[in-house]
Design a protein around this ligand. Sequence first.
Ligand SMILES: Cc1cc2nc3c(=O)[nH]c(=O)nc-3n(C[C@H](O)[C@H](O)[C@H](O)COP(=O)(O)OP(=O)(O)OC[C@H]3O[C@@H](n4cnc5c(N)ncnc54)[C@H](O)[C@@H]3O)c2cc1C
Length: 457
Amino acid sequence: MSRIMSTAEAIKEARRCLNCARPTCRTGCPIENNIPEFIRALGEGNIGLAYETISERSNLPAICGRVCPHERQCEAHCILTKKQCGIEIGSLEMFIADFAHDNDLKPIPASSGMRGKVAVIGSGPAGLTVAGDLAKMDFDVTIFEAQTEPGGVLLFGIPDFRLPKDVVRREIKELLSLGVKIKTQVLAGVDFTVDDLFAEGFDAIFMGTGTSLPRTLDIPGKELSGILTATYFLRTVVLADEGKLDESETILHTGDNVVIVGAGNVAMDAARTAVRRGAKNVTVVFHKSEAEVSAFRTEYNAALQEGIQFSFLKQPIAYFNKKQMRALNNIRRHAEQGDETQVAGLLLQNITKTPDGEFVSEGGQEVLPCDCVILAVGQRPAARIVSTTKGIQVDNRGFVITRERPYGMTTRAGVFSSGDVVHGPATVVLAMKESKKVAAGIAQYIDAKKLIEDCSF
Ligand SMILES: Cc1cc2nc3c(=O)[nH]c(=O)nc-3n(C[C@H](O)[C@H](O)[C@H](O)COP(=O)(O)OP(=O)(O)OC[C@H]3O[C@@H](n4cnc5c(N)ncnc54)[C@H](O)[C@@H]3O)c2cc1C
């Protein structure tokens, strides 16, 4: 996890770098940030050059500095990590980006917009990366975003205690200063279509619409109140924290017993947020064992440290209401409000891991009492764009199919895509990595299109 450093600490840390002849840290970075070069510049006290170097590959360094799994990527490849004293690359990245912001450093001039016109639908890490890279290549870029503000999961998913909203907002502001235009509260597939955008004169269209449909559990009791999805919960908390939503809309109440289903990063964020919102007990239920927890280890460890409990090898099979819970516990009492409508327990099936690594039902069951169940069991893409546009093929789970040449083009000519809507829910840096390649593919496509237009007379 990255930590805030003073200028003296950051320079001292950078000077520990061995300047390897064959640096492996860079190969560990999905977007191939020139890590040795920005560390060298920082070590020499040239923070402007360090920022310029980072900006060549990344449009979102302050964000990446905070949420990238550096310990699995660049830092894992640092030669000093083998000696337990690896360079804190994530913290240095965050320091350089924050320093550049505080000192108003702007290494890259705004786009002339002369090379072609691109519409970017969605403003999560994928859309922002494509927009930033194409603006740097002199394209005229307009972002179309459904929400009131750009940022996608960066703003409405990852909680403030891990990624402060002001960092997201300021980094997006920097990116827009490259000449990128933005229209918010416009929903592609409803307010306009891809064909409308082509008719308006866009040369290419990019879809970075993520996975906005959360999966739920199709088990008895699913209609009870008090069951919500993690992405909805996290979004309502962001809005409530900013005074844009009444506190009561966040569903969770102080003193609640909360159960989280799932053990990915989204589950950890929901669990840790529930603790911060005053939940009495938070238990994460996962149908596999601890070894299969898919959340970053740092997030899992942070959850453990915050007192979150984990119940492994349990599969939820039914929700119980208050009346069912009372009957189960042989409690006789007058009827109460919410008796049959409010969730009060989760029935869990025990699971065993076989020597072959398979997970099978063991037979035993238990009921976990709760006031609120938060589901973090995956997301999938919405079909608003593909259902209103001819020719964009998706796979059987709804993920957009793209090609290698030009990189990232869908089965509809001129329409490109990347990020979670293509490869499924993953990481910020994977969305950025793929989107950098797609931005290059879009540039190639538009250049070729214009050449053909220029040559046809
Ligand atoms: C709670 C949570 C925590 C996470 N934590 C981490 C982490 O710590 N580190 C990490 O690396 N990754 C993390 N991830 C994963 C990471 O955030 C995603 O992989 C990444 O945001 C995907 O980027 P994207 O641009 O493809 O999609 P998104 O970020 O989902 O952005 C999609 C954007 O498209 C917009 N949109 C959708 N449909 C339309 C439409 N029809 N018209 C207009 N706009 C539309 C949406 O409003 C949204 O702004 C986390 C994810 C979640 C949900």
